[in-house]
Design a binder for this molecule. Structure first.
Ligand code: XIL
Length: 318
């Protein structure tokens, strides 16, 4: 029987993948599903974030993320890499140093070139800039915006293209699916990078969604097309669809299946939507319960590794 990834390939897409982390790997049941062929792509959930890779200005720590890279190689999985420039999970030295525009530019260049240089040839996609927008589409405050203005965005893409010319370079954000002003902000970002004559290849839709609260399929598809019309590809990069209250109901679990299928239909309807990555495949390791207490059960597998209605709905649709 074909796994989700093979079904995605048969539907003309490049991958169906999942986030994973080194701390999950000692769990044998988890490992076996991760490596079973269901997932043809992986993204490190945390180990390539700035605080993990460059905790102090003079130290780079690649060991944990390197394990994910080896796993991808072993399993013949595509590696999406995440993430270079983000206001969150930033080490304190980046937040507290009294940067000048030129010293912060030098830091950005050094972080991006060291990290992308280390993973050159391994990462097919990089989330270069993550979550640079507020919900109203304005630029989200960060040390980068404060010191460099919005120009830090094209600058980051410039350094990324220099460091690994082969990697697909993405802008990645959440709620683009459900917030038109934020989606318009991301259009502005794509144009900002293109107008600066820098390379941007894609927009990542994180896809942290809530059961029963998705936009209609036609709207979701139209939102994806706003970007593909600008010449970039799109992908769902961190999909999970959480029940708004727990425990979930039978009806909620059915709706979750409908919602996973809606996202999949939207991606299939848009030629330049290249793939879908779920943000962990089991509730056992999902970030949702810990981050948004009272909500959850957002994944395709239960915490005990049983396939859910949503998994079977997806399988059936594909
Ligand atoms: C989350 C991880 O899943 C958690 O383990 C961590 O504690 C916080 O970050 N947007 C992103 C991801 O781009 O990196 C976030 O991942 C979820 C939201």
């Amino acid at each position: 029987e074909k796994g989700l990834h093979d079904l995605f390939l048969a539907a003309g897409k490049s991958y169906f993948g999942t986030a994973t982390e080194t701390t999950n790997l000692p769990d044998p049941l988890y490992q076996s599903i991760l490596s079973s062929g269901e997932f043809g792509q992986i993204t490190p959930e945390n180990s390539q974030k700035w605080e993990s890779l460059q905790p102090t200005s003079s130290t780079f720590t690649f060991a944990a993320a390197d394990q994910i890279v080896s796993l991808a190689t072993q399993n013949n999985q595509i590696l999406r890499c995440h993430t270079l420039v983000w206001h969150s999970q930033l080490p304190s030295f980046v937040k507290t140093t009294a940067w000048t525009p030129s010293s912060l530019t030098a830091l950005l260049k050094s972080h991006i070139s060291n990290v992308m240089g280390h993973y050159k040839g391994k990462c097919t996609h990089w989330d270069v800039v993550n979550e640079a927008l507020n919900e109203d589409g304005s630029f989200r405050p960060s040390i980068f915006l404060e010191v460099l203005g919005p120009g830090y965005i094209p600058l980051s893409f410039q350094f990324a293209a220099q460091a690994d010319p082969e990697a697909k370079l993405y802008y990645n954000d959440f709620n683009l699916e459900i917030s038109p002003p934020k989606a318009a902000g991301a259009v502005k970002i794509v144009k900002l990078v293109q107008d600066a004559k820098q390379k941007i290849d894609g927009v990542g839709f994180q896809g942290h969604l809530t059961v029963g609260q998705l936009p209609p399929l036609a709207n979701l598809t139209a939102t994806l097309r706003q970007y593909t019309e600008l010449g970039v590809e799109v992908a769902f990069t961190e999909l999970d669809i959480a029940h708004p209250t727990l425990p979930s109901t039978e009806q909620g679990r059915e709706q979750q299946g409908v919602d996973y299928v809606t996202v999949t239909k939207a991606c299939l309807a848009v030629e330049k939507c290249v793939g879908i990555t779920v943000w962990q495949f089991t509730d056992r390791y999902s970030w949702v319960e810990g981050t948004f207490p009272g909500t959850g059960e957002a994944c395709l597998f239960t915490r005990d590794y049983e396939r859910k209605s949503a998994y079977f709905a997806l399988k059936k649709f594909l």
